[in-house]
Write a protein that binds this ligand. Sequence first.
Ligand code: 2BA
Length: 109
Amino acid sequence: MKLVIAVVQDQDEANLLSALSESGFQATKLASTGGFLREGNTTILVGVEEEKVEAVLDLVRKTCRSRRQLVTPLASLGRIETTYFTEPVEVPVGGATVFVVDVERFIKV
Ligand code: 2BA
């Protein structure tokens, strides 16, 4: 068994959860925060048999879009203990960051 861990943008989460459910996959949604942008995103956990992993990844590809987001990096003025805002820059975010990991044991009590 595998655990698919997908970090997706909040805007795509509802479509992905619907698509997973319609295809018979069980999923758990966790509220998460990106370490770089420090903004909310969603982490979705899907436990599946190995042969179904590609089907889950297809649903992720179909429902999660890449977007560009403006971020204002903080810069420091050297030794002076001041930070200032530099020009906003655009970074690409998503469609999704996906990890597929082995599940040693899967138990429902
Ligand atoms: P964030 O960490 O908030 O990152 C948002 C986007 O900012 C990233 O999009 C990437 O385009 C950019 N970015 C991240 N770190 C950067 C850096 N040091 N310098 C320049 N740009 C940077 P994605 O790559 O699509 O990632 C979306 C979210 O997926 C991330 O949100 C994070 O929550 C998660 N993620 C991505 N890679 C990960 C990893 N290796 N481990 C754990 N979570 C990860």
